[in-house]
Design a protein around this ligand. Sequence first.
Ligand SMILES: [Zn+2]
Length: 152
Amino acid sequence: MKELKIQPIKNGTVIDHIPSGMALKVLRIIGIDEKGVDSTVSVAMHVPSKGTGWKDIVKVEDRELDPKEVDKISLISPSATINIIRNYEVAEKHKVQLPKVIKGIVKCANPSCITNLNEPVETMFTIKSKSPLKLRCHYCDRELEDVVEHII
Ligand SMILES: [Zn+2]
């Protein structure tokens, strides 16, 4: 826990190595701007990071992220590390991984795509390029560049 520049937590999740400036987008993904969140969330922004300059850290008490939230974080922050904390110890630590197929977490930019027509069709994208991140819609082939803006 020494490497974390913020207070240790008893149970919860620490999302580390978020690119500097992206912490607020991570908060949106984990629903902090919605009503009904009852856990404490702390944010450290612009923290010195070994090798990579600066990073942000988000700490969520008493909650572990669901797989969709982790996938969303991988879209905005492919270098992030998820630390699951149980009883003040890091119980699990893993790097996020960009899924090969991205299902149900990004909206297609094409208004006439079947996924935008009130059909019960979940959005599905494949990765066209990782850096910069570009996705391709499985249904209409539309390429999506501003991925972060289209996270559902
Ligand atoms: Zn589409």
